[in-house]
Design a binder for this molecule. Structure first.
Ligand code: PRP
Ligand code: URA
Length: 216
């Protein structure tokens, strides 16, 4: 079972050994772009499994080759996965493999390198988000400016039931995010030491988008 963080309310650390092992390889600066992308996709399957662990079930009458039975199926409306571009797409793809019927929102944001403010450049989401669980994905929660802005926008468009899933979080980002959105649980594979003066997570893994796409 994932571990609730003892120091941060509403934060769950997904400490599954396979997640931790793959994350270590991703952190290593020697890891190639191709391996980084493959590992992120593999990890996304494991993270998706944990973030959906307590979804509600209902039953459906089916017939097996032997007899009729009431069998469990997911209850409620289809999920929405909201990817914070670009790096969120590295988590999104694997999650859609596990939940192919999910709806998808894209929130285009980049960090201004000087101010670290999130600048929006794109937004497209399903119309009816009010009765759906919306799982927002981005590998990195650093200052939390991006995640906070993305969730504000999704709430403005009607989302009420949200979760935030990332790979790495800084303690500063968790504090800022849980203050801004105390109703949104955070799931992460690790909480690192701190942010450096440029707003990078330390020890971290560097710039997730650049490492995924080989842009630096
Ligand atoms: C990275 C990352 C997050 C954001 C986290 O994206 O994927 O979206 O930084 O930082 P924050 O918590 O301080 O806002 P970036 O802005 O580099 O854009 P990219 O995904 O297009 O590379
Ligand atoms: N965004 C990243 O990709 N990495 C960090 O360490 C901080 C923000």
């Amino acid at each position: 079972m994932p571990t609730p963080s003892t120091s941060h309310a509403n934060v769950t650390v997904i400490d599954h050994p396979l997640v931790q092992h793959k994350l270590t390889i991703m952190r290593d600066k020697q890891t190639s772009t191709a391996s980084f992308r493959r590992l992120l996709r593999e990890i996304s399957l494991l993270l998706c499994y944990e973030v959906t662990r307590n979804l509600e079930l209902t039953t459906l009458e089916i017939e097996t080759p032997l007899e009729a039975m009431q069998a469990p199926v997911l209850a409620g409306k289809k999920l929405v996965f909201a990817s914070i571009l670009r790096a969120g797409n590295g988590l999104l793809e694997g999650m859609l493999d596990l939940v192919p019927s999910a709806r998808v929102a894209h929130v285009g944001l980049y960090r201004d390198h000087k101010t670290l403010e999130a600048i929006e450049y794109y937004f497209k989401a399903p119309d009816d988000m009010s009765n759906r669980l919306v799982i927002v994905v981005d590998p990195m929660l650093a200052t939390a400016n991006s995640a906070t802005a993305a969730i504000e926008k999704l709430k403005e468009r009607g989302a009420t039931n949200l979760r935030f899933l990332c790979l790495l979080a800084a303690p500063e980002g968790i504090d800022a995010f849980t203050t801004a959105h105390p109703d949104v649980p955070v799931y992460t594979a690790a909480i690192d030491s701190h942010l450096n003066e440029k707003g990078y997570i330390v020890p971290g893994l560097g710039d997730a988008g650049d490492r995924m796409y080989g842009t630096k």
